[in-house]
Design a protein around this ligand. Structure first.
Ligand code: ADP
Ligand code: GLC
Length: 492
């Protein structure tokens, strides 16, 4: 079974958040489960630079305003594995340094519609076998940036592979003025209520959701949440309509990158048996964050985009109380300038007790996981969330809002779970300041009951957060699509 994944990010070549982690971490697990995966990505400078030996396999004379070459290359990973990559080398669309979506002024590139329609159109053409020797059974698109591949395949004349669209975050929909539509090269019949049209605009995500053979999201709970008006972001009606093909498959983590026993980004490497070695990481983290070396002070970490989704404005309001209770806080994040300023001010005000690094820094992200006692994720909504999975693996007890994938991946330390010996963290609900405050009190109480704390920490480290189980669920989904191939071919 051959899979063509379509994505705008892939770690370690290009990443702005969890999407890159998933598209980089899932292929090795799929390959191991018998679904050979190639990922098609835009040829940003970082991607082309990482594939020096890539070879041209196809040329489009005009891909939305200029020529494009499809380059085929491999990127080596740990333990002899590698990522198979197709890069769309289209300089007029992607030869721009920095963030894949934003210009240096922090605003979206004005031609993002064409840039990601280009990715989708190229992926759809490859998916239908335009390149000899490159045949695919399934095209698996990720988020709105990959969604147009599904749309172009739906309108393709002739046999086509099955399509899957995975929604990593319904908040981002790829919505553009109707004036874009005539440039997309689609029949007029695509610009309808049950297609790409969304309140008079073009919505890439809606197009993908309308036409995909299967829709997945990144946790079972989020799959349920998005069919209701509260979390449906205006698309819940469509998602209810398509509920029969919608499912949630929880993300896993890339074990080679996120493994405390082999992590080269942290000073003290450890496993469940050598937890004492975490102390070196806590000390290094305190130094990096300007925190005092206070014996027994509980250190809480945060690694996050600073946006309203993540609920960290509520944390800002709790900082005085948290410090008064003797806890310390280490924050790594970037995003909303008001929130960035709020954490910088808190760090100045509570010198030695609160530290922050504003910006994007892989090394600090690993150090927080390896050196914090607890990791806080107070999201208002969270399709899956990866930082709490890393925290489980690294022995930082996750404190999470009970939403989306956070609800599905952390077992709350309530009485029943403690008695059964299965608790792995703390959940709270609703996601309000009071809810968060109560969760921090529970955390402190747990910290003071060291044998129970140790048990919860070890349970978390033993939890299976790998891709194995979820990769087999994707493979089962792909197989169900293969079984429908004769019907698809008849319809084409
Ligand atoms: P989302 O994709 O919504 O941002 P996830 O929890 O799924 O949330 O994934 C976030 C990913 O981005 C994780 O790998 C996390 O470590 C990383 N990350 C987030 N913010 C930063 C940052 N400021 N510096 C380094 N890594 C970050
Ligand atoms: C999105 C979501 C996050 C999820 C990630 C990877 O960025 O916000 O919850 O973990 O995608 O699926």
């Amino acid at each position: 079974m051959r899979i063509l994944a379509v994505a705008s990010e892939i770690f370690p070549l290009v990443k702005t958040g969890g999407l890159g982690d998933v598209t980089g971490g899932l292929p090795p697990a799929l390959n191991a489960a018998g679904a050979r995966t190639t990922t098609i990505v835009p040829g940003y400078p970082a991607v082309l630079g990482a594939l020096p030996d890539a070879v041209a396999v196809h040329r489009f004379p005009d891909l939305f305003g200029g020529p494009a070459t499809i380059l085929r290359g491999t990127f080596p990973q740990a333990a002899g594995a590698s990522l198979d990559i197709l890069a769309v080398d289209a300089p007029h669309l992607y030869a721009r340094a920095g963030n894949p979506y934003l210009g240096a002024d922090g605003r979206e590139w004005s031609d993002n519609g064409l840039r990601f329609a280009g990715l989708g159109a190229a992926a759809a053409a490859i998916g239908t076998g335009i390149v000899p020797d490159l045949a695919f059974d399934i095209v698996h698109a990720h988020d709105w940036q990959g969604a147009m591949a599904v749309v172009y395949l739906h309108f393709h004349d002739g046999p086509r592979p099955g399509t899957v669209l995975t929604v990593h975050n319904l908040a981002f929909q790829g919505r553009y003025p109707a004036a874009l539509f005539p440039r997309l090269g689609l029949p007029d019949s695509a610009f309808i209520l049950n297609g790409l049209e969304y309140y008079g605009d073009v919505s890439f995500l809606k197009g993908g959701l309308s036409y995909a053979d299967r829709i997945t999201t990144v946790s079972p709970t989020y799959a349920r949440e998005i069919t209701g008006p509260e979390n449906g972001m205006g698309l819940d009606g469509l998602l209810r309509h398509r509920a029969g093909v919608l499912s949630g498959i929880l993300n896993g983590i890339d074990d080679a990158t996120w493994n405390p026993a082999t992590d080269t980004l942290i000073p003290g490497r450890y496993g469940r048996g050598r937890l004492g070695r975490r102390d070196a990481n806590k000390t290094a983290l305190r130094q990096r964050m300007g925190l005092d070396e206070v014996p027994d002070a509980l250190l809480i970490g945060v690694v996050s985009r600073l946006t309203s989704q993540k609920g960290l404005d509520m944390l800002v309001d709790q900082i005085d109380g948290l410090v008064a209770a003797g806890m310390q806080l280490a924050v790594l994040g970037s995003g909303d300038p008001d929130l960035e300023d709020a954490f910088v001010s808190a760090a100045e005000w509570h010198l030695g007790s609160v530290g922050c690094v504003i910006g994007y820094d892989e090394t600090v992200a690993h150090l927080i996981q390896a050196g914090s006692d607890a990791l806080l994720v107070p999201s208002r909504f969270e399709p899956c969330g990866l930082t709490q999975l890393y925290a489980l693996r690294y022995g930082a007890i996750p404190v999470v809002a009970r939403v989306g994938g956070l609800a599905d991946s952390v077992i709350d330390a309530n009485e029943a779970a403690l008695v059964a010996g299965v608790a792995t963290g703390i959940q709270f609900w609703p996601t309000t300041a009071e809810g968060l405050q109560a969760a921090l009190h529970r955390l402190l109480a747990l910290w003071r009951d060291r044998p129970v704390w140790d048990r919860v920490q070890r349970n978390g480290m033993a939890a299976d957060v790998s891709w194995r189980g979820s990769a087999s669920r994707y493979v089962a989904l792909y197989q169900s699509l293969l079984a429908e191939r004769p019907a698809r071919e008849e319809a084409s």
